[in-house]
Design a protein around this ligand. Structure first.
Ligand code: TEU
Ligand code: CA
Length: 544
């Protein structure tokens, strides 16, 4: 099978396996300790193009734009450039070309909710109340009693308002105070932001991951958020709901506007970072009149649910999460799955309470790649990277004062077992993890997690029922999540996920061949209708 050929057709993304890479941490090419675009080019063989490549179809790069790096690029000061730490426009053009040559599509990370406070638009906006850019951001007076304009909180903690001394008004920031929110009710902002999409699509970018999609349009009067009925003093729940500034109904109109821009460039696509109830999330795919919203919206339920980190690895949760996700999205839409990202503790570390996180990570690779929908792998998951403990003196994430801090899941990719891990010739921006977790060692071991990912990706491509078929949950032992993937005229597949640490019995409606198992020592081959599935084992069985 030639894994270098790109997926064909404008709907390539429906069959794609995506890979999120964090540019600061993939590969440093110029010995400054920070990963960069040339480094990514140098490492593309890991992703696709060779027999021993992972075989992914598309990459998403966390932000690469000029930025003061207060939130490591999620504070953009120029949407049309490249941060010098990462390279320049010529390198970006080469990266796009090198990806495409290998059959890899490339998504940038578009941050429409806010800019950096150093963006020229905001510098203008704050310069005077009458500046033409004033209304590009959200400025308000204090309330008559001198209190803040409303009760909104920043996602990173603290009030969402900061007073600007020079003009005496407050500006809104849903994240850090260095990240002022754009005013998407101003048509000039909408036009300018749409043009930033067109700029990159013309350069050959295949689409975007859209940051905090659900917050870009707020309540027209910026009404106070209501008290959370589940909150009590000392509870982990937020005190206020987000109904005025998250998934406010008008946001869906803005989404359709973004979709219309993408439709000017056939074959482009967008995946939204969205939070909320299944119904709120479903609406990002489109309105009643069809799939006229985002192509995909992330389902984060295997990472966090209702603000709580997801640590359970149990069949019962899977039997709830998977059918709910399927039921919530509109007909014709696909769920979009991720088990990790740059904002949350890595999968292995979240599932390692008994030291068996690595086995669960292997089982999760099979689940992620065999579910119906579009999978996103977070860089390093394919070699079993875990969170890295960061000494206080090396902490980087400026949001760490408000959140647990996101440095542990952002450490450099480990290419080999040398002291530099093959990442950088100098001390890297964040420390390395244990030396034995590295690409070279995993490549040399046919039973490694990397080999498992590679096999699972190829299997998904080889069997159309796995790539495109429907999904039906099957009755099973309570500790085993079982589902069938089937497509008319194609052999069907049964996927079994034993989440228990003991052996469990499994039974099939018809015998089949085990084509993939997550256990390093697990055996592939013919199986009967009743058999045993090993501790924490995931398997794929093909029938007919
Ligand atoms: O994240 C949005 C978001 O709400 C998460 O930040 C999450 O709640 C938090 O990181 C938990 O620690 C996006 C980006 O993914 C994140 O990296 C940015 O910091 C944020 O937007 C602001 O742009
Ligand atoms: Ca560098």
């Amino acid at each position: 099978m030639n894994v270098a050929l790109a997926l064909e057709g404008n709907d390539w993304w429906r069959r794609a396996v995506f890979y999120q890479l964090y540019p600061r941490s993939f590969q440093d090419s110029n010995a400054d300790g920070i990963g960069d675009l040339q480094g990514i080019i140098d490492r593309l063989d890991h992703l696709r193009g060779r027999d021993d490549s992972l075989g992914v179809d598309a990459v998403w790069l966390s932000p690469t734009f000029p930025s003061p790096m207060k939130d490591f690029g999620y504070d953009v000061s120029d949407y049309l450039g490249v941060h010098p730490d990462f390279g320049d426009m010529a390198t970006m053009d080469r990266l796009i070309a090198e990806c495409h040559r290998r059959g890899i599509r490339i998504l940038l990370d578009w941050v429409p909710n806010h800019t950096s406070d150093q963006h020229p638009w905001f510098l203008d906006s704050r310069s005077s109340r009458s500046n033409p850019h004033r209304d590009w951001y959200i400025w308000r007076d204090a309330r008559p009693d001198g209190s803040l304009p409303n009760n909104w909180r920043a996602v990173f903690g603290g009030p969402a308002w900061t007073r600007d001394e020079a003009t005496g008004q407050y500006y809104l920031h849903s994240f850090l105070e260095e990240q002022p929110d754009l005013n998407w009710r101003n048509p000039a902002v909408v036009d300018a932001m749409h043009d930033t999409l067109r700029f990159w699509l013309r350069r050959g970018i295949d689409g975007f991951r859209i940051d905090v999609m659900g917050m870009i349009v707020k309540h027209p009067d910026l009404a106070d958020n209501p008290l959370n009925p589940h909150w009590s003093p000392g509870s982990a729940e937020p005190k206020f709901l987000w109904s005025s500034n998250r998934n406010y109904p008008d946001v869906y109109e803005a989404v359709r506007g973004i979709r219309a821009v993408l439709d000017e460039f056939p074959g482009s696509m967008a995946v939204g970072e969205v939070f909320g109830t299944p119904d709120e999330i479903a609406r990002y795919y489109g309105s009643r009149s069809g799939l006229d919203g985002l192509h995909l919206a992330f389902n984060f339920q295997f990472i966090h649910e209702h603000g709580h980190v997801f640590t359970a690895w149990d069949a019962e949760s899977m039997r709830r999460i998977v059918p709910n996700a399927e039921a919530a999205i509109p007909p014709g839409a696909l769920p979009c799955w991720a088990f990790g990202n740059h904002d949350r503790s890595r999968f292995i570390s979240r599932h390692d309470h008994d030291g068996r996180g690595h086995e669960r990570a292997r089982a999760a690779a099979v689940l992620l790649l065999m579910l119906r929908g579009v999978p996103f792998i977070y860089y390093g998951e394919e070699i079993g990277m875990a969170d890295v403990g960061i000494p206080d003196s090396r902490l980087q994430d400026p949001a760490r004062f408000h959140t647990p801090g996101r440095d542990p899941e952002r450490t450099p990719m480990q290419w080999n077992g040398s002291p530099s891990r093959g990442f950088s010739a100098v001390e890297p921006w964040l420390p390395y993890g244990p030396a034995d977790v590295n690409v070279a060692a995993r490549q040399a071991d046919p039973a490694s997690i990397l080999a498992l990912y590679r096999r699972a990706i190829r299997l998904r491509r080889e069997f159309r029922s796995l790539e495109q078929g429907s999904l039906r949950v099957l009755p099973s032992h309570p500790d085993v999540f079982a589902f069938e993937r089937s497509l008319a005229g194609e052999p069907s597949a049964t996927v079994l996920i034993n989440t228990a640490t003991g052996v469990r019995r499994a039974s099939l409606h018809s015998p089949g061949r085990v084509l993939l198992t997550s256990r390093a020592a697990g055996a592939a081959g013919q199986t009967g209708q009743d058999f045993e599935i090993g501790p924490l084992e995931s398997m794929v069985i093909i029938h007919g």
